[in-house]
Design a protein around this ligand. Structure first.
Ligand SMILES: *[C@@H]1O[C@H](CO)[C@@H](O)[C@H](O)[C@H]1NC(C)=O
Length: 603
């Protein structure tokens, strides 16, 4: 009965909008009190955080716009495979205490420390402005900037990926005019047209949906929620399959017809595993449980399978959503293809205020197994106490073999361990997170350009034994590697992929370590990394990916590409490290895998 259905949905939306309105009034009042309190209690210039609150109430946008409805109403498709049972509802948090505190309790900063921090922050701001200005000038409304040819390129359906991905960064940096201009462009995006016949559900979810919702959470601009719902309904259409498991690629035409999509037999585990946070947040924002319902079945599948794999606690790199099999396979990694599956277990735990016990079990199970099987101490010249996340292949006989290869993508895990360590009150895991993060910082420092290669190999020490440098062993091990090159620093046996493509994961973990421990070591590491990366990637227009970071030429060989995650993630993390620690506090927000902050509901 479509009319009733429509009526219900309208009611739901109306109710959620009213709730949002009430919430906004409370916020306005709270921000006002905060501002007054601030000026009564201190006489210095206002902090960035108060400025952020003030942005929230500072009148209409500077760029007027009209909202253009997408040419397909994704919320109005008749699905061949609607949910069969009653919809799962968002769980209610138990108790009223909330989760344990995540961030360090920062004391008052000396004026010298503040001056240094602000100079560094301004350097990050200037670079971000340059990159944004170039995007605006040469690639406006396209997915990515080509920084060398000064042109733009499509990549993710042509919905202006860099523009949407950058919104919250612009807001946090106080680039208000740029933000408003970008929002006016968002109002015209047509999610009923895709430049590619297949829509990648993972990228669309983390970059576009995540970007829109975070920018809405920060700015309160209704048009962003409106567009997020349009797009969320398209992603929701990806569950229109016989077993209600999500597809990896949405066939745009079939999705529009509602006739049913064919779920793939084999996908990387991060693809279904990285829809959870965004779809949960969308249910929280709209009050409509359907998005959460869709994803909770995927969580259930991973929960049931966690102890049935060849490495109990971890999942194989490839899973089958068509056979609902997440246990068959012998390749295990925290790097590409799997990474954010694991990252989202503790983050979902945070977003749901600990109310879903399966996510606590998934988090603890993965962390225990990762410590046992994947992490190793590499043998390095000065015996630094660091950890590296490697890969494991389980052979026919069920024996796990460590492959001491890591990649930049795996560098997120230090931050995830520190965050989960705080959420589950395990200081031991915070310390493991610190050693993992130091491992990535070490890799940056070791190479001639101060940047870490995309993929590399080291030499593992034996577990639970002293780990001392042995140059002969390095010579032996490197001889077994055809990819070894004589100019590689001591301790490394390959730089299999020598590029640095503007990725965030290492600085992301440094950000978590700084916010969680308050140890100045991390701000210093971040500054070294920023200087190296800013210099190595520099172009006339901003920044470009580097083809080889292992040789320090005066001009590094560059790739004509600036991924949207450079502004969305990498520059944002640098900026936040040099901002007051209550700007995007980890006790208030949880960041998705594209660094988009979602407000954590407070019980
Ligand atoms: C998997 O094993 C862990 C540790 O023994 C346990 O806590 C968890 O509940 C198990 N998961 C399932 C689905 O049985």
């Amino acid at each position: 009965m479509p009319p009733l259905h429509h009526h219900l949905r309208r009611q739901l939306r109306l109710r959620s909008r009213l709730a949002a309105l009430r919430f906004k009034n409370v916020l306005v009042a709270a921000a006002f009190c905060l501002t007054v309190f601030y000026f009564l209690s201190r006489s210095e210039s206002p902090s960035e955080v108060v400025l952020l609150e003030r942005h929230m109430n500072s009148g209409p946008p500077s760029h007027p716009f009209t909202v253009v409805k997408s040419s397909v109403d994704w919320g109005d498709i008749e699905y061949r495979h609607p949910p069969r049972e009653q919809l799962a509802q968002l769980p209610k948090p138990a108790g009223k205490g909330g989760l344990p505190r995540v961030q360090h309790r920062f004391g008052k900063e000396s004026s010298a420390a503040r001056q240094t921090r602000e100079e560094r922050r301004d350097a990050v701001l200037q670079l971000t402005r340059r990159c944004w200005d170039s995007y605006r000038k040469y690639a406006w409304k396209q997915d990515a900037l080509l920084p060398l040819s000064k042109d733009g390129r499509g990549q993710f359906s042509g919905w202006a990926a860099t523009l949407v991905d950058s919104l919250d960064t612009l807001w946090m940096m106080g680039l208000r005019d740029q933000f408003d201009e970008a929002v006016a462009a968002v109002a015209e995006i047509d999610f009923g047209l895709s430049s590619a016949p297949q829509v990648n559900i993972f990228e669309t979810n983390i970059r576009y949906l995540g970007g829109l919702m975070a920018a809405y959470d920060l700015s309160g601009r209704e048009v962003l929620l409106h567009k997020a719902i349009e797009l969320g309904d398209l992603i929701y259409g990806g569950f229109n399959t016989e077993n209600r498991m999500p597809v990896d690629n949405i066939n745009f035409q079939a999705a529009m017809e509602g006739s049913g999509l064919l779920v793939e037999g084999n996908v990387v585990s991060a693809s279904p595993g990285t829809l959870t946070l965004e779809l949960t947040r969308l249910s929280q924002l709209t009050g409509d449980p359907k998005y959460y319902d869709a994803i909770t079945r995927v969580v259930e599948l991973f929960y049931r399978g966690q102890n049935q794999t060849a490495l109990p606690g971890l999942f194989p790199m490839f899973v089958s959503m068509s056979r609902e099999d997440v246990t068959t396979g012998g390749t295990f990694t925290l790097g590409g293809c799997a990474d954010s599956l694991y990252e989202y277990f503790p983050k979902m735990h945070a977003l749901l205020s600990g109310a879903h016990p399966q996510l606590a079990a998934l988090t603890r199970g993965f962390m225990d197994a990762a410590k046992r099987y994947l992490f190793f101490r590499p043998m390095v010249p000065h015996n630094d106490d660091i950890l590296i996340s490697g890969n494991v292949n389980v052979d026919q006989a069920g024996v796990p073999n460590l492959d001491p290869e890591t990649e930049h993508l795996a560098c997120f895990v230090g931050g995830t361990f520190a965050l989960a360590g705080r959420l589950f009150q395990s200081e031991e895991d915070v310390e493991v997170g610190a050693r993992l993060t130091r491992g990535c910082v070490y890799a940056y420092k070791s190479f001639a350009t101060g940047m870490m290669p995309e993929r590399l190999n080291m030499i593992p020490c034996e577990r639970d034994k002293p780990c001392m440098w042995d140059e002969e062993r390095w010579v032996e091990e490197r001889a077994k590697r055809p990819e070894y090159k004589p100019h590689l620093p001591k301790g490394f046996t390959t730089a299999k992929d020598p590029r640095y493509i503007l990725r965030p994961e290492a600085i992301e973990s440094v950000f978590y370590m700084w916010r969680i421990t308050g140890d100045a070591e991390w701000q210093e590491a971040a500054w070294d990394m920023f200087q190296a990366v800013a210099k190595g990637t520099a172009t006339e227009t901003g920044s470009a990916a580097v083809l080889d970071v292992t040789v320090a030429l005066p001009q590094l060989p560059l790739d004509d590409y600036m991924e949207s995650f450079w502004i969305a993630e990498t520059l944002k993390y640098f900026y936040l490290i040099f901002s007051p620690p209550d700007l995007i506090s980890l006790d208030k927000y949880v960041l998705n895998t594209e660094a988009h902050p979602f407000l954590r509901p407070h019980p």
